[in-house]
Design a protein around this ligand. Structure first.
Ligand code: CUA
Length: 336
């Protein structure tokens, strides 16, 4: 019978230890929520600063560890008291002052550059419990209200104006730039410039209540022309339902009072409390990155919002039958 020997256990133990360190390190380098896979000028600066700081910190750690080993092998008589004093003045006072001063100066200078003015497009994002209200204001373009997804043009410096309704959130798109708190009663600015087209992920980075972990959003970086077209489309009224089920869904939506909280442009639904649903079918998710935009998922959400998102402020509509819920789902999915 095969019995693993001691050497084999040591090898697999070492392999496990390497894997335990390497897998999180390497897997954290890419992906839609990565700070090191930069797709924005701010994120590039931050990633560069991180690498410089990590390198300097590693060098300092190696120096201190080496000094500790050296000191453990020596007695105070070996080098004399004067050498010890010199080491303390150089290694304990001058070197930290110099290194920390240089790193702070570099960090603060880059933080300043991150706050330079934008190119004209302003996206106001308000943290709600637990979703994102998004408003676009671009020069010579119609104002647009949306939710839970942000689109921005490639290569333009976009100014984000960040606010919150009631609790503190933190707005963070790791691939594009640093995080900024959203504080009730205050407007914070953040300027982001995307350097690569694609779809990225944003998240709330400040504990804000029961569903903090369910507060994400998609970020789509488009060509400037594609973005202007998309903005024009977002400003237009919702498309009329195209089939029988969706038409019934629209009737149910209006009859059950959904329009008291949600707006659907071109209909009698004029609510402003919840997300604007005029073009909800064109988004990648509903409920702030929680569910796909599909009739079944929408039906599950409407029926029991707090089963999907604990503490959600939307009331349950569990009195509606499965067919009715799906019909509303089909109507909303069609609103592209
Ligand atoms: Cu919003 Cu955490």
């Amino acid at each position: 019978m095969f019995r693993p020997g001691r050497a084999r256990r040591t090898t697999s133990g070492a392999a496990l230890a390497v894997a335990a360190v390497a897998v999180p390190l390497l897997s954290a380098c890419t992906g839609p929520l990565s700070t090191l896979d930069a797709a924005g000028s701010g994120a590039q600066r931050i990633a560069g600063l991180f690498i410089v700081m990590a390198t300097v910190a590693t060098a300092v750690w190696l120096f201190v560890a080496g000094a500790a080993v050296y000191a453990a092998r020596k007695t105070p008589q070996d080098n004399g008291v004067r050498a010890g004093h010199k080491l303390i003045v150089f290694g304990g006072i001058l070197l930290p002052l110099l290194l920390l001063g240089a790193l702070s100066y570099s960090g603060l200078r880059q933080a300043n550059e991150l706050l330079e003015p934008g190119d004209g497009l302003v996206i106001s994002v308000t943290g709600e419990r637990w979703w994102w209200r998004v408003r676009y204001a671009a020069p010579s373009a119609p104002a647009v209200v949306s939710a839970n997804e942000i689109r921005m043009p490639l290569g333009e410096r976009v100014e984000f104006r960040l606010a919150s309704t009631d609790v503190i959130h933190s707005f963070w798109i790791p691939s594009l730039g640093g995080k900024t708190d959203m504080i009730p009663g205050r407007l914070n600015r953040l300027v982001l410039e995307a350097t690569r087209e694609g779809r990225f992920r944003g998240a709330c980075a400040e504990f804000c209540g029961l569903s903090h972990a369910l507060m994400e959003f998609d970020v789509v970086v488009m060509s400037p022309g594609g973005f202007r077209e998309w903005l024009e489309h977002q400003a237009s009224d919702a498309r009329a339902p195209s089939d029988r089920v969706a038409t019934r869904g629209q009737q149910l939506f209006m009859q059950n009072g959904c329009g008291a909280c949600h707006r659907i442009g071109g209909t009698s639904a004029e609510g402003r409390i919840g997300p604007d649903l005029t073009h909800v079918g064109g988004r990648h998710s509903i409920a702030a990155g929680t569910l796909p935009v599909e009739p079944d998922a929408i039906a599950a959400w409407i029926s029991h919002p707090s089963a999907v998102k604990p503490g959600a402020l939307m009331p349950p509509f569990s009195m509606l039958g499965a067919d009715d819920l799906r019909a509303i789902g089909a109507y909303l999915e069609g609103l592209e």
